[in-house]
Design a protein around this ligand. Structure first.
Ligand code: ZN
Length: 129
């Protein structure tokens, strides 16, 4: 048997140490689930990853992508909110008459909606940098 490289790094970042005289090994890290096999060329390689762990990875990836997407939307809203006329905000929250509060609420809503138009169309606007 060819002497393999002493250490390989697993997908989880763990340095693998392989048992002598065996051709199969499992990563010991929790939630990793990588299965290593000694190939004919004398190198250890990952043959497959246990399905449950693959699901975990897929879910993690999905959550990460959602985080990015929501962060974009949130940033866009907050950036647009910074440009709202402070007078509108004041009238919106402090006017005596409900009619005036409604008026400024509507103005703020229209302003924000218009500010988010580039985002809505999927175009790269000033909010997506
Ligand atoms: Zn691993």
């Amino acid at each position: 048997m060819v002497k393999q490289a002493l250490s390989r790094t697993c997908i989880c970042g763990q340095t693998m140490s392989f048992p002598e005289g065996q051709i199969k090994a499992k990563c010991l890290t929790e939630n990793c689930g990588a299965n290593w096999e000694l190939g004919a060329e004398g190198f250890w390689a990952i043959t497959h990853i246990d399905a449950a762990q693959q699901m975990d990875e897929a879910v993690k990836e999905f959550i990460e992508s959602m985080k990015v997407a929501f962060k974009r939307v949130f940033t866009a809203i907050m950036t647009a909110a910074e440009d709202i006329n402070p007078k509108w905000l004041h009238y919106y929250s402090h006017s005596k008459k409900q009619r005036i509060r409604n008026k400024y609420e509507k103005m703020i809503r229209i302003y924000l909606t218009n500010s988010l138009q580039p985002l809505q169309r999927g175009k790269v606007g000033k909010f997506l940098e």
